[in-house]
Design a protein around this ligand. Structure first.
Ligand code: DC
Length: 218
């Protein structure tokens, strides 16, 4: 069984996906982590991030697996654990560049399908319900207001000791939403048969329970 969990950054996807997967005993395929790791490998090898073919060649050489360990979803690339080095802002930016190449998306499409077909899976990303698994048994599109996502982001940054203004973060989120939703390649849109879940003002437990209830498992 495949559960597709798509939506913009800051909607609470990672936390919710982890709890849904853990509670159903499914593997969690964090497709953002795959794009991030490809970006990291390109950077480490000093390859040109703007060269789609080269980035796709790097992507094709990687294999991935995921294992839920307590409250983290451990990513393995070519058998080696991948850590927080894929979560830096430098790699966020690089992943955004790398993920815009059609060649990279094509290379990662088969990989994601193979991974997801092997076991019952939750896949979290942007285009799972629309492109990767259009036949997924359950599709969820998570959203939250731009204001709430900005608040969460400012709080997250503050926890890391980074002081960022709410207005600036809100402006960036709005710009990124517009870019993501209107780009030609894999725009961020809900699949027509996805259930849209707005997380604004709701608790994580409440949302996880709603999604688990929607999953067609015995
Ligand atoms: O969700 P995230 O921030 O970890 O994603 C990292 C980058 O990869 C981000 O720029 C969006 C992109 N991405 C994508 O294009 N398609 C996916 N299925 C998942 C992530």
């Amino acid at each position: 069984m495949i559960i597709a969990l798509d939506g913009p950054a800051g909607a609470g996807k990672s936390t919710i996906a982890l709890q849904v997967a853990a509670s159903l005993g499914f593997q969690l395929i964090d497709t953002g982590a795959i794009y991030r790791t490809v970006a990291l490998k390109c950077k480490e090898g000093s390859f040109d991030l703007h060269d789609g073919q080269t980035c796709a060649d790097i992507a094709r050489d990687l294999d991935f697996s995921f294992e839920i360990q307590g409250d983290i979803n451990q990513v393995f690339c070519n058998g080696e654990p991948v850590g927080d080095e894929i979560r830096t802002s430098e790699i966020s930016l690089a992943a955004s560049t790398v993920s815009a190449h059609q060649e990279v998306r094509a290379a990662l499409l088969e990989l994601q399908r193979t991974l997801g077909s092997a076991k019952d899976s939750v896949l979290e990303g942007r285009d799972i319900g629309t492109v990767v698994f259009p036949g997924a048994e359950l599709k969820i599109f998570l959203t939250a207001s731009a204001e709430e996502r900005a608040e969460r982001r400012v709080k997250q940054l503050a926890e890391k000791g980074i002081d960022e203004s709410y207005d600036k973060v809100l402006q960036e989120i709005k710009e990124r939403d517009h870019k993501d939703m209107t780009r030609d390649i894999a725009p961020l849109v809900a699949a027509p048969d996805a259930v849209t879940v707005d997380t604004t003002g709701r608790s994580i437990e409440d949302i996880v329970a709603q999604i688990v209830n929607l999953a067609p498992v015995q």
